[in-house]
Design a protein around this ligand. Structure first.
Ligand SMILES: [Zn+2]
Length: 458
């Protein structure tokens, strides 16, 4: 059974609830690019899928970068002169500038202010700010909270550590029949942010769980990594084996109510780009397609010129384009069970195309075969039957060993699943074959057509 058909046996509403509950459980954890937050997150993913975790020591050179010091935070607050916490990490982990160095001091508001970050446009929201590569400390708070601070002395505490340790990432590898790989990558380094980070890693974890019970052509590698430095670290440690990656997707911001957006790989017309484009066009409302740009998520690293992997980025609302992005408003109310479930289904549909996209050979290439005598021409049944016949004719016509099922689906504007079903029917009737098809390279050996005809003549 195909992956999409298999997926569609599930109760989508229930799947949505499960996805949402998983995101909800991960939400309170204070994650960062290193430290115990990402470790706890990986441990929770490990409860669902076989995940191997890796610890890379601080100071390890990774291409032009160096694995940074490990950061952990236990508490942080600003107390007014009455001893009341006016900014409290225990209420929101966004309150501390991510990667803040430890601080314990008493200072006047004027001295504290350069360390405070707010958003004036949305004065109720707390911004999410980081300072990974410049040692600094600070607090993020709502603009209204800052306006309420009176002149005077404040007690400031950030109970954090920034010291030699490790960068942690997780890898789930699912072997298929082929050594060729599909990469699914998501960042797991943001604290309490739901769409940006939790939606991607939740859908990826469930996708890995779904695939783990399937008979797969490709091998699948799921990466749960800190953004940027995690992808760079993984690529530096796996430079040679990265060449096995045939197709890849970065998943992010896929739990909100926005329409799907797909940012193409650097190659622009790779099979993954075409598969996603086909699936989103046929299975989702008003998708949009974005050309590659060297800014965004970890596709930047996978698509750097030395690797140039066929990796695109699947999103709903595009990072940076929605006001909730990198603020406390990207919370559990901003993502929805049904949207998460639909995103997972879209991923299953994309992988279904990759898994089943192959070339066939029409064994009866001289004029149309008589479908009626093979039970393939049905006279009644309305639109569905017309579409089935249309798909049969397209598959027969273009199955010359040169065109894949995705080529045929694109050219005919018929859904891939319908085209694939037609190919199965034609194979069963002996009209179509993958004979001579090299399943490793998913193409026909060059002399095959000649061989077929010699065979016919003999
Ligand atoms: Zn982000």
């Amino acid at each position: 059974m195909g992956l999409l058909k298999e997926f569609d046996q599930k109760d989508l509403a229930m799947v949505g609830q499960e996805l949402y509950r998983f995101a909800e459980a991960l939400y309170p954890i204070c994650r960062s690019i290193t430290g115990d937050g990402i470790r706890r997150t990986l441990a929770m993913i490990q409860n669902r899928v076989p995940l191997q975790t890796f610890e890379v020591p601080t100071g390890t050179p990774v291409f032009d970068w160096t694995v940074p010091k490990e950061w952990n935070v236990r508490d942080a607050y600003i107390k007014d002169k009455s001893g009341k916490r006016v900014v409290d990490f225990q209420n929101s982990n966004l309150h501390v500038l991510n990667y803040s160095t430890p601080v314990r001091a008493t200072m006047p508001l004027s001295e504290l202010k350069p360390h405070l970050f707010t958003i004036t446009a949305n004065p109720e929201w707390i911004p999410y700010q980081t300072s990974y590569y410049k040692e600094d400390w600070g607090f993020c708070l709502s603009h209204n909270q800052m306006l309420a601070l009176e002149d005077g002395e404040y007690e400031v505490c950030i109970d954090s550590t920034l010291q030699d340790g490790h960068l942690t990432y997780g890898e789930c590898f699912l072997p298929g029949r082929s050594a060729d790989e599909v990469l699914i990558s998501c960042h797991a380094c943001h604290p309490s942010l739901a769409n940006d980070n939790l939606s991607g890693l939740t859908v990826a974890a469930f996708l890995a769980h779904f695939l783990s019970g399937q008979d797969l052509h490709y091998s699948y590698r799921f990466l749960f990594i800190p953004g940027t430095i995690g992808a760079i670290t993984w690529l530096a440690r796996n430079q040679a084996s990265a060449a096995l990656i045939r197709h890849g997707l970065v998943l992010t911001c896929i739990g909100d109510a926005g329409p799907f957006h797909y940012k193409k790989s650097r190659r622009g017309n790779a099979e993954i780009d075409r598969a996603v484009s086909h699936v989103l066009t046929h299975y989702s409302e008003s998708p949009e397609f974005l050309e590659f740009s060297p800014y965004g998520y970890d596709e930047r690293q996978y698509c750097s010129p030395g690797f140039n992997l066929a990796v695109g980025c699947l999103m709903r609302s595009v990072w940076g384009s929605f006001p909730e992005y990198h603020t406390s408003a990207d919370n559990l109310e901003f993502i929805h069970p049904a949207r998460l479930a639909e995103s997972l289904r879209i991923c299953a549909a994309i992988l279904d195309v990759l898994e089943n996209n192959r070339r066939y050979r029409n064994l009866n290439p001289y004029c149309e075969p008589q479908l009626g005598k093979r039970g393939l021409y049905r006279y009644t049944g309305g639109g569905a039957i017309r579409e089935e016949l249309n798909a049969l004719l397209w598959v027969l016509n273009l199955s010359d060993g040169e065109h894949s099922l995705l080529d045929i689906a694109e050219r005919s504007h018929v859904r891939f699943s319908t085209i694939q079903h037609a190919a199965e029917l034609l194979c069963q009737s002996g009209l179509l074959s993958t004979r001579g098809f090299d399943s490793k390279h998913r193409s026909f050996s060059p002399n095959w057509f000649v061989k077929l005809h010699l065979h016919d003549l003999l």
